[in-house]
Write a protein that binds this ligand. Structure first.
Ligand SMILES: [Zn+2]
Length: 446
């Protein structure tokens, strides 16, 4: 059985869907968009084919590790090509995630090394099959705003974890508020952007589980900043972060209000930023509550950009040579495995790209305790971002502790709330509601 059933001609699309397809081509890493009809019944099977136009693959279902949440409607597996060596374990290089929607649509992603094929439902059963070359993304060398000085001078780094009061096994919940611009929504349905970011947060949580780091990200609030106009000259990310850093009195006051109202530890903005060459920017490597801000580009979500910038805020940095010098943590660097003849390259979440070679980013953190392809994915001395996260998660999770000392372990079904400026635009009044249409009862504040 083949998930992809038939091609659809572009002139069959309605105006809105045609605009969504055109929007894809503005991102320079998108190779092509094909329109297809699919057969959702394929997801009843443990193994099926997918015709991806420039290749045909077999996908095989995999059980999710018991440490991970079961996600309703998720078919999770691995892509196999005829040329793959027998018994080869590609890790997350061949990750397949397909979500079945109630309306029969299927959305998701299929990774083949650093190529990702995304499936995106349009109207009337038509789907966009989008090929993106992730090697043309993340030149992340310049994705930290405040470069010269870490948040506070660190005392001489001991080889032991820095704090004796914290319990590394204690699960820490780090809450995040996300503001969005009109360019991030890109003329498509708001809901489509929401599910993409929610999926990115699930993948971040999978990366923590992959390194046995007892922390989770939880989405606390959305903030509608559609009135903030992004620059289109390649500086959208840097200028949006600068505006966010102006704080609750700046142009992006609403995301700050949402963050405070919903007690989020981190504050982020998602942007369209189609002219930008970087994928995101974090305010600081090792942030304080005031500097725990980042901006990320929607077109880079498949490159684990959200997770990468969160890593910076917790103190993790790139591979040596592309990181702060002196480092915030001498052991807190990403790890790159450069390709050699017969050996494919790969890298961990905090590593940057390695042009002209390819070292696709995998969804786990550098650590001497972690292996990939039979090789150690880090060193205790220099490449242990997992340790940085374990040592800093409690500090960051306490930026906005829950009221009354309530447990950080929240109901996993707790849903984010939605903030929007109220109609009277002269005052900075806003509404927070439990759904984006604001039809639910809101409360006024400020
Ligand atoms: Zn970075």
């Amino acid at each position: 059985m083949n998930l992809v059933r038939a091609a659809v001609a572009e002139n069959r699309l309605n105006d809105r869907d045609r605009a969504i397809v055109r929007e894809q081509y503005k991102e320079q890493s998108i190779d092509w968009v094909h329109l297809v009809r699919i057969d959702p019944k394929a997801l009843d099977l443990d193994e099926f084919q997918i015709d991806l136009y420039d290749r045909r693959i077999t996908v095989k279902k995999r059980d999710r590790p018991p440490s991970l949440d079961s996600i309703p409607n998720l078919w999770s597996g691995r892509a196999i090509q005829a040329s793959d060596p027998l018994g080869w374990d590609p890790g997350t290089l061949r990750d397949v995630r397909l979500y079945r929607q109630d309306d029969g649509g299927v959305r998701g992603s299929i990774y083949i090394d650093d190529i990702v094929y995304a499936l995106r439902p349009l109207s009337d059963g038509v789907h966009a099959l989008i090929r993106q070359d992730l090697s043309r993304l993340h030149s992340d060398q310049d994705d930290v705003r405040i470069r010269p000085v870490p948040v506070k001078p660190r005392k001489a780094i001991s080889p032991e974890p820095s704090s004796s009061t914290q319990n590394p096994a204690q699960m820490e919940m780090i809450r995040i508020a996300v503001g969005y611009t009109a360019a991030a929504v890109g003329g498509g349905p708001l809901e489509a952007m929401f599910v993409e970011i929610e999926d990115a947060i699930k993948k971040a949580n999978e990366s923590f589980a992959a390194n046995n780091i007892a922390m989770r990200l939880e989405l606390a609030a959305w903030a509608d900043s559609a009135g903030y106009i992004e620059r289109s000259d390649g500086a959208a990310i840097a200028t949006t972060l600068a505006a966010l850093a102006e704080g609750p009195d700046g142009a992006l006051w609403l995301p700050h209000a949402a963050r405070d109202g919903e007690r989020a530890d981190l504050l982020a903005m998602i942007v369209g930023a189609q002219g930008d060459t970087i994928c995101g920017q974090a305010n600081q490597v090792g942030s304080s509550k005031e500097t725990a801000l980042f901006v990320f580009k929607r077109g880079c979500l498949f490159s684990h950009t959200l997770t990468h910038e969160v890593g910076h805020l917790l103190g993790a940095d790139h591979q040596p040579g592309s990181a702060l010098d002196p480092p915030v943590f001498v052991y807190g660097h990403g790890f790159q495995r450069l390709p050699e003849p017969g050996i494919a390259g790969w890298s961990t979440l905090m590593a940057t790209d390695c042009p002209p070679q390819r070292c696709p980013r995998q969804n786990f953190w550098s650590s001497p305790l972690r292996e990939h392809e039979g090789e150690t994915a880090g060193t205790a001395a220099a490449h242990d971002n997992a340790r940085v996260l374990s040592e800093n998660k409690a500090r960051v999770a306490a930026f906005h502790p829950p009221p009354d000392g309530a447990s950080r372990k929240r109901d996993t079904n707790s849903l984010p709330r939605y903030a929007r400026a109220s109609a009277n635009s002269n005052s900075r009044a806003f509404i927070i509601a439990s759904n984006p249409s604001m039809s639910a009862m809101g409360r006024h504040a400020r």
